[in-house]
Design a protein around this ligand. Structure first.
Ligand code: ATP
Ligand code: MG
Length: 757
């Protein structure tokens, strides 16, 4: 056969080629954004198959999203054909589900376990905390969930957490963690973090299981390695195995960029990349320096920003795509003005034939910023799609329907069962539920088992007893369809009919309920399509219900990103979600201190460094055109606040920027309109008369000097006391407690309608 190596290596630079050809020792490819890391990883897989006679079944590759996994698989298949199909290419979570389904029995679980997402987790933690009599104000479920998740990401089990606890909060967390973990077990369920932690436990506790996987996977490849947390890191180590064992370690290839580590809040640690060489002493490191994605102006801006971060390895990243356009800057009056600018600019670019909608992305720091863009895009008839936000699978009716399916697949799934016990209403009240729950807890049996043991549940009145018996009977009937392995779409239809869920919505006058019916129909369609999916060659058919539920629970934000070629829509998403992607035109919005960088980061160097990496990620998604905008005033959560420019904007060399509009001079009534509130108390955001933009105005406006404790009087807000001051010069702001008018953060430049007392 003709060697295909030439074909596979042709369009790579020498460093990339070395990474693809490298054999034997662990390989670390570290490089800045857009330097072809993902391309190298994909190409390396193709090369292993085509040139090194590796069997596809020996390859495990890990990506950050399911969508990225699907694309990688497809690309490899394009290069080497259909046999690429038996590789494992997936996210950490999907990979662990696969392992756990096979090995559940070893850990004393049954393989039909449910996967709890963050909402289920919070529900269960709420139940546990209530049973432990914890004050929900002092220990909100959300907080407890974060702490428990952090422990799991560090592979700390409940016993260790209990032993290590040194203060009241930690002791409480450990207590909740212990009971929560037990309840998960009783529900035959795993939460997201468990998927990783329990897989690690499995591999560490059962050497023969570990050996099985080590024998099978001779090549382990990880993309976006900088965002692995300790648990994932350990998982990789366990899969690869150690030198000196019976089986030589698998070949490991990881690619990443320490400057793009943006998931510290999920326990990701750059340590994993920085200390790779120490952890794998015989490792080879390859650096890539040429960026193939962006023009030089965009890269220079990105490099300038990220270079402000302390303790980083400096990299040189260059592009031969030419300087390109300048980066466009825009200072808006408020978020509506910002959105209008973005929309108009998109219109102009598309009308001019330069790009089409699908080549354009709009980024923001947090999901709640999407609404304003949606409003104006709808008004202008500009087709768009929001990635993330309130997702389809988070809608109430969809969750209810899925809870039925999950209960049918795994009757021990208590969270799902209790969710639908009285939905739609069937006369099983909270008191009855509590009786059953107490009985189950006392007997240490599952809630489902207790429902079947009604005669022995104390204090149930006859009405509830009947209602519960009717419910159990209905679920048994539906359960027969599951036992027969009927199509999931048919089961779902039967659920919606038999439970009366659909007819209740149909009878309702509330227009929202009609949307709910549409969503449920959409879910049936998804299920139908799933049933009709063609099985990959060689794959064993699995009953469609569990497979469907698994697919649904692992859907992540990034998986709904529209395909570049298709759709013809503008994509809106958070910067976090944009990781790894690229677009010819990028609008990055909300460059304001307190928004981006996030408020939380202003006084915290570690958080600030993380935000700066986020800025780096955002900038480097752009290929040809980049727009950076900010608003002078932004209303978040109903409160208008005046935001100074993001410090990151100031870190970009100003000669790279083309300011379409700058901050108006503050000597005019600008400040008054900026602070102005409409009669209803909201910000007067539309119809502002704004002074003519001045190119220099904002640069020479003097700052007002204030200190913490100073008393002031403001034309609109009245008397107040300064509680914090931030930033200096043009970026100086003060947070002022105006008593009845609330606490407001104000910029101190120009003629602030305020006097120091
Ligand atoms: P990120 O850090 O954002 O994940 P990355 O390092 O993974 O980026 P890729 O996405 O693999 O970079 O590559 C960026 C772009 O450059 C892609 O469009 C890719 O096809 C292209 N590219 C990479 N290497 C080359 C090359 N040698 N020749 C031409 N194009 C290349
Ligand atoms: Mg990449």
């Amino acid at each position: 056969p003709v060697s295909r190596a030439g074909h596979l290596l042709d369009d790579l630079n020498p460093a990339q080629r070395r990474a693809v050809e490298h054999a034997g020792s662990p390989l670390l490819v570290v490089a800045g954004a857009g330097s072809g890391k993902t391309r190298v990883l994909t190409r390396r897989i193709a090369y292993l198959l085509a040139e090194r006679d590796v069997h596809p079944g020996e390859i495990m590759a890990i990506t950050f999203t399911n969508k990225a996994a699907a694309e990688m698989k497809e690309r490899v298949a394009d290069m080497v054909g259909a046999r690429a199909r038996s590789m494992w290419v997936s996210t950490f979570h999907s990979m662990c589900v696969r392992v756990m389904r096979r090995e559940a029995k070893t850990l004393g679980m049954s393989s039909n376990f449910s996967i709890y997402d963050s909402d289920d987790t919070r529900r269960l933690i709420t139940l546990v905390a209530r049973d432990l009599d914890l004050d929900p104000k002092k220990y909100p479920a959300r907080t407890l969930a974060v702490h428990i998740s952090n422990l799991k990401n560090e592979l700390i089990d409940p016993e260790t957490a209990t032993a290590q606890a040194t203060n009241d909060l930690e002791r409480r967390v450990a207590e909740v963690y212990t009971v929560y973990q037990r309840r998960l077990g009783e529900s035959n369920s795993l939460d997201f973090d468990d998927l990783i932690m329990r897989t690690v436990e499995l591999l560490q506790t059962f050497p023969d299981v570990a050996e099985h996987y080590r024998r099978r996977f001779r090549h382990v490849l990880v993309d976006e390695y900088q965002d692995t947390n300790h648990a994932q890191y350990t998982l990789v180590r366990e899969l690869v195995g150690k030198a000196g064992g019976e089986i030589p370690p698998a070949e490991l290839c990881v690619v990443g960029d320490a400057d793009q580590s943006i998931y510290a809040f999920r326990g990701a640690t750059i340590r994993n990349i920085v200390e790779f060489e120490r952890d794998y002493p015989d490792a080879t490191t390859i650096l890539l320096e040429q960026n193939y994605r962006s023009t030089q102006n965009i890269l220079t801006a990105a490099n300038a920003v990220i270079s402000r971060n302390p303790n980083r390895r400096d990299k040189t990243l260059w592009s031969d795509l030419g300087e390109g356009e300048k980066i466009v800057g825009y200072v808006a009056d408020n978020e509506h003005d910002e959105a209008a600018f973005v929309a108009n600019e998109i219109d102009r670019l598309v009308d001019g034939g330069e790009v089409n909608n699908s080549e354009i992305a709009v980024f923001y720091r947090t999901n709640n910023q999407s609404r304003v863009f949606e409003e104006i895009f709808i008004r202008l008839g500009l087709p768009y799609r929001v990635v993330g936000g309130v997702r389809f699978y988070e809608r109430r009716e969809v969750r209810d329907a899925l809870a039925y399916l999950r209960t049918l697949a795994n009757p021990d799934d208590t969270v799902s069962l209790r969710r639908i016990l009285n939905v739609p209403k069937r006369g099983i009240g909270e008191r009855a539920e509590a009786c059953v729950s107490a009985y189950a807890e006392r007997e240490r049996i599952s809630f489902a088992a207790a429902l079947r043991d009604l005669d022995r549940v104390p204090m149930l009145n006859p009405r509830s007893r009947n209602a519960i018996a009717g419910f159990v009977e209905m679920m048994d009937e539906l359960g027969e369809m599951v036992a027969r392995e009927d199509d999931v779409a048919d089961i779902l239809e039967a659920v919606l009919e038999k439970t009366g869920y659909r007819s209740e919505l149909e009878a309702s006058e509330d227009p929202q309920d009609h949307t709910r019916i549409e969503n449920l129909n959409e879910l049936v369609t998804v299920a139908r399509e799933f049933t009709e999916l063609e099985l990959p060659e060689g794959a064993e058919p699995v009953p469609s219900l569990p497979a469907f539920l698994e697919r649904v629970s692992l859907v992540a934000d990034a998986d709904s990103i529209p395909d570049a070629e298709s759709d013809g829509v503008v994509t809106l998403m958070t910067i976090h979600t944009a990781k790894g992607l690229e677009y010819p035109v990028v609008f990055s919005t909300g460059w304001e201190d307190g928004v981006f960088p996030h408020m939380r980061a202003l006084g915290d160097p570690a958080e600030l460094a993380e935000e700066r990496r986020l800025a780096y990620v955002g900038i480097t998604r752009a290929q040809r055109r980049l727009y950076l905008s900010r608003a002078l005033v932004r209303s978040a959560w109903g409160q208008p606040s005046a935001n100074p420019a993001s410090r990151f904007l100031g870190e970009i060399p100003q000669d790279l920027l083309d300011w379409r509009r700058v901050e108006p001079s503050r000597s005019a009534p600008a400040a008054a309109t900026t602070w102005g509130r409409s009669a209803s108390g909201g910000i007067a955001s539309r119809g502002l008369t704004r002074p003519a933009p001045s190119k220099t105005g904002w640069k020479d406006a003097p700052a007002m000097k204030l200190e913490v404790g100073d008393r002031v009087t403001h034309d609109k807000y009245g008397l107040g006391r300064v509680v914090a001051v931030d930033g200096a010069g043009l970026r100086a702001t003060a947070t002022i407690d105006f008593g009845g008018s609330g606490t407001v953060r104000l910029m101190l430049i120009g003629s602030v309608p305020m006097t120091k007392l």
